[in-house]
Design a protein around this ligand. Structure first.
Ligand SMILES: [Zn+2]
Ligand SMILES: [Zn+2]
Ligand SMILES: [Zn+2]
Length: 583
């Protein structure tokens, strides 16, 4: 019985327990596997979730940033739109303003056009052609001058017709201005047999002036305001005057006009026409102005008593290779009126009243060149050659003559220009031994184109005053030849009736030159001679001698005392140059 009771349902309980335990172990293993699986899954889930969250966060952040950018863009756009709207408004205002301005300007333009039309019609109604004639050189035909009453009328009429024909259809008034020194011109015409009496030319001039209201034959006399200076001024005046449409100028006989005409050469307005009477000086052709001939009005040949102008204008340059180069204000006729003897007057005798104190130069002109080394040599030579003061005049003359022969063997001596005065015996005098190099010479002119002189100073009180005076007395009745002593050459050579032989020392030459400067040059303010040793205006710095001064009432030029302004040099001409330097 107990064995049977230990059986359960016919099976051994211990077997069942073993089976149950095994089953339990399997379950436990499964549980463990499940747990580990669950743990792994949870980890996975956590990881995945975290990743998702991170992604979401990133996406959200990115979205926010994009949104913010978009917001910024929108705001900028709004600002831009606002700005554009404002600009548009401004532009609209500007446009309105411009429209108003345009209308205003259109109105003004119309007004101005009307004004221009009115003025130009006024201008045209007052426009004219002018004919300027230097009557001293451009002479009417003989037949007109010989019959002054009728001839003047015919000459005026023919001249106007000729000018009208050459004015290229300009049907406007023609003003004719003839300027001449009637007295001298009449004399010249009479001497060459064109007219019988001087009076004929005066009658001609009167008739010419009376025949038309716009024809004038003007007598300018011999003063500073002579024909060429008048014409030069009028040329400038008419050239600038807009109502003057054309200028016909008869001046081709005188190179003195070249300088003034050159400044208008090349201008596009073709305002100036030259009238050729006697054959034009070659330089006029180079100016490119039209040159017309009115041979039925003017004389085409010079008068019998007129010579070639080159020789007249440059009387001192007969040997100079530059004699045909035009001078600044050369004038043919004027020169021909002076007899050749008067060209080189001897200096006035030294006056007892001449002050011996040195005067201070006030003129700004300074042309003096000094070469001290040469001076010293030359001075020594001169001093040794000249006689001591205690020798008799006769002795000194003999001595000097012999020394002159010796010095001529060295090629002679040449005394330069512009050596007037001097504070010491040696200053301001340039002496060249043997063959001198060519020294450039200058001439200065003021605003009125009048010659200006270098200042002069009284030579100092030295023994030379006495020795010069002795020599001066010894050669009497002869006088020292200015050309020989002051220019270094005398064109009269052996035929000269003045003293050439007596040797003068440097200080004596300075005294002689100073004396020469007290004389008026016959060419006066128009002198173009670079070597001229005479004065062209009063040489005293502050002359108070009034009518005691020889420059006070000059026959040809009137008063030659200049103001400080008139003493200002405006042009500087170098010898041989065609153009001056403007100062
Ligand atoms: Zn001489
Ligand atoms: Zn002179
Ligand atoms: Zn004076």
């Amino acid at each position: 019985m107990s064995a049977q009771s230990s059986m359960v349902n016919g099976r051994d309980p211990s077997g069942i327990a073993g089976q149950a335990l095994a089953q339990l172990g399997i379950y436990q293993q499964l549980d463990n596997e499940r747990d580990s699986l669950i743990q792994v899954s949870i980890l996975d889930i956590i990881t995945t979730t975290t990743t998702i969250i991170i992604i979401i966060v990133v996406v959200v952040i990115t979205s926010f940033s994009r949104l913010s950018d978009t917001c910024d863009g929108v705001s900028t756009m709004i600002q831009k739109i606002n700005g554009d709207a404002k600009r548009l408004l401004d532009l609209q205002l500007d446009l309105d303003d411009q429209k108003a301005s345009r209308m205003l300007y259109q109105t003004r333009t119309r007004d101005l056009e009307n004004e221009i039309q009115r003025l130009s019609s006024r201008l045209n109604s007052g426009s004219y052609v002018v004919v300027l004639i230097d009557g001293d050189g451009a002479k009417f035909r003989d037949e007109f001058l010989r019959d002054p009453e009728q001839g003047a009328v015919k000459a005026a009429w023919k001249l106007k017709e000729a000018v009208k024909g050459a004015s290229f259809g300009l049907d406007i008034p023609i003003l004719v201005r003839v300027y001449a020194n009637v007295n001298d011109l009449a004399k010249s015409l009479r001497l060459s047999g064109v007219i019988d009496y001087d009076e004929s030319l005066r009658t001609f001039a009167e008739q010419f002036t009376n025949t038309h209201a716009d024809c004038d034959f003007i007598n300018v006399g011999k003063g500073k305001e002579n024909a060429d200076s008048k014409i030069r001024r009028l040329l400038d005046h008419y050239y600038k005057n807009t109502q003057c449409q054309k200028i016909f100028i008869a001046c081709c006989h005188d190179n003195g006009y070249l300088h003034d005409l050159r400044q208008y050469a090349g201008d596009a307005n073709d305002k100036i026409c030259l009238i050729e009477t006697t054959p034009a000086e070659p330089n006029f052709r180079s100016l490119q102005f039209p040159i017309l001939r009115f041979d039925h009005v003017f004389r085409s040949e010079p008068l019998n008593n007129e010579t070639k102008r080159g020789a007249q204008v440059f009387p001192f340059r007969s040997r100079s290779p530059t004699q045909l180069i035009p001078g600044p204000i050369a004038r043919a006729i004027q020169a021909s009126y002076f007899p050749s003897e008067s060209i080189s007057p001897e200096p006035q005798e030294q006056r007892g009243s001449t002050p011996l104190t040195s005067s201070i130069p006030v003129s700004p002109v300074q042309m003096v060149q000094t070469t001290n080394n040469l001076n010293t040599i030359a001075s020594d030579r001169y001093q040794s050659a000249s006689s001591p003061p205690d020798k008799s005049p006769a002795q000194s003359q003999v001595f000097a003559r012999s020394s002159n022969v010796i010095s001529s063997g060295n090629g002679g001596t040449s005394i330069s220009y512009a050596t007037a005065g001097g504070t010491t015996d040696h200053q301001n005098v340039t002496v060249k031994l043997a063959k001198p190099k060519k020294q450039i010479k200058y001439a200065y002119y003021n605003e009125d184109k009048y010659r200006l002189d270098s200042p002069t100073q009284h030579p100092p009180r030295t023994p030379a005053q006495a020795t010069y005076q002795n020599k001066f007395q010894a050669i009497k009745p002869m006088v020292f030849c200015n050309d020989h002593y002051l220019k270094g050459r005398c064109k009269r050579g052996v035929n000269c009736d003045k003293e050439h032989e007596v040797e003068l020392t440097i200080p004596e030459l300075a005294i002689h030159r100073y004396k020469a400067r007290t004389s008026l040059c016959p060419q006066g303010p128009l002198c173009t001679d670079y070597d001229c040793y005479l004065s062209h205006h009063c040489p005293r710095p502050a002359c108070a001698r009034n009518d005691m001064c020889p420059f006070y009432h000059t026959a040809n030029w009137g008063d030659l005392h200049y103001t400080k302004e008139q003493l200002q040099p405006k042009t500087k001409w170098a010898e041989g140059d065609d153009f001056p330097e403007y100062l």
